[in-house]
Design a protein around this ligand. Structure first.
Ligand SMILES: Cc1cc2nc3c(=O)[nH]c(=O)nc-3n(C[C@H](O)[C@H](O)[C@H](O)COP(=O)(O)O)c2cc1C
Length: 350
């Protein structure tokens, strides 16, 4: 159904090479001011235009708000936004399933009825509507005093310094290439350049922090913080692993002792116990596979003739999902946290 959510409902529409991509978001309360400049910044962070080593498919990412926002304020009804696809080159793609893409599984699932060109609805392009919808939820959370931000924790084997788990001081982060230690950028860009020259791609990792969640935030058992975040985050293509908290070999090395006010001396749990926020900063790490479209010779699968075929991908592709994918990670987190916030309110009101 391409739909997620309990108290909000997000449906993503369209596909990589369809006339448009878009979303319908139901459940955001009426009267929420929409910070369109903030939304535009999040879209710009995701846009390939603002990143070296990103796909040469340069979409304008212009959009049409069809409903749900009037005079910069939500009206409580379904918010519907669409983004025309202008830059797709359908002729570049034949019915050949590319290794480690969703092409083969999607073709079989739909009985060949789905448009899988450019990755169809499994393409990174779908993170555009996700980012817009998430940015609206960022505004909702901001009104509650909750902030979500991340950094590029690693590209290939080049690693940034981690967030301070206690977040004693919020680091100053660049808009487009946020790093805790900006001196690591040169090493990361050298790795991207080297992989690009070799026709290859790189894995990467994002670390995200959430500040301002009250202790007890998150619903018991099945709608806990980790599970709800995972449900939204795993929509992002290429995401392979989420990590919440440290895992040391011995409990004695990782338990977080209390101070007098219910806070803890350390934050090895990264703010989550029992699926609920414990009042400390919440942090999680998201690990992405290398982009599957490498430019080296591979074996694809001809879906019409049912046979493996030699394949060389020469389309326009990202070398790495980060930094641009970070806007999508934060967006998915904002959507999940908004859904949980509204679930909590509904449960409290009986
Ligand atoms: C922002 C973003 C951009 C992406 N760009 C590309 C790309 O240019 N080329 C590519 O092959 N995969 C790209 N991907 C990843 C693929 O879409 C993804 O690996 C593929 O759909 C298979 O999904 P899976 O890895 O989750 O199984 C991108 C993903 C994201 C989130």
């Amino acid at each position: 159904m391409n739909t997620v959510g309990t108290r909000i409902k997000l449906t993503l529409t369209g596909a990589s090479h369809a006339p448009s991509v878009g979303f319908i978001l139901c459940g955001l309360p009426k009267g929420l001011s929409v910070d369109l400049d903030g939304v535009m910044t999040d879209l710009a962070r995701r846009s390939a235009k603002n990143h070296s080593f990103a796909t040469k498919r340069r979409e304008a990412d212009d959009f049409v708000i069809a409903s749900g926002i009037m005079g910069g304020v939500t009206d409580g009804g379904p918010i519907r936004v669409s983004f025309p696809n202008r830059e797709h080159l359908r002729s570049e793609y034949r019915l050949i399933a590319r290794p480690s893409h969703a092409d083969y599984a999607a073709f079989v699932k739909s009985g060949g009825r789905e448009d899988i060109s450019g990755g169809g609805k499994y393409s990174g392009r779908m993170t555009l509507p996700l980012t817009f919808a998430g940015s609206l939820c960022r505004g909702f959370l901001k009104e509650k005093g909750v902030e979500v931000f991340g950094h590029v924790a690693a590209i290939g084997s080049a690693a940034d310094a981690p967030f301070d788990p206690m977040m004693t001081e919020k680091p100053a982060l660049d808009t487009f290439f946020p790093l805790v230690d900006p001196s690591k950028r040169a090493e990361m860009e050298a790795a991207l350049l080297e992989a690009h020259a070799a026709g290859d791609t790189l894995s990467c990792e994002a670390e995200t922090a959430v500040l301002g969640l009250p202790a007890g935030f998150g619903e018991p058992l099945f709608d806990g913080l980790e599970g709800t975040l995972a449900k939204y985050l795993f929509m992002i293509p290429g995401l392979r692993a989420l990590e919440f908290g440290e895992i040391a070999e011995r409990g004695s090395l990782m338990n977080d002792g209390f101070t007098w006010d219910g806070r803890t001396v350390t934050n090895n749990s990264r703010g989550i116990n029992g699926g609920m926020a414990n009042g400390m900063p919440v942090m999680f790490r998201a690990r992405f596979r290398p982009v599957p479209s490498v430019k080296l010779p591979q074996t694809g699968y001809d879906l019409l003739e049912n046979r493996p075929v030699p394949l060389e991908i020469c389309g326009r592709h990202d070398v790495c999902i980060l930094p641009r994918g970070l806007a999508a990670v934060e967006a998915a987190a904002c959507l999940a946290l908004t859904d949980l916030w509204l679930m909590g309110e509904a449960n409290e009101n009986g």
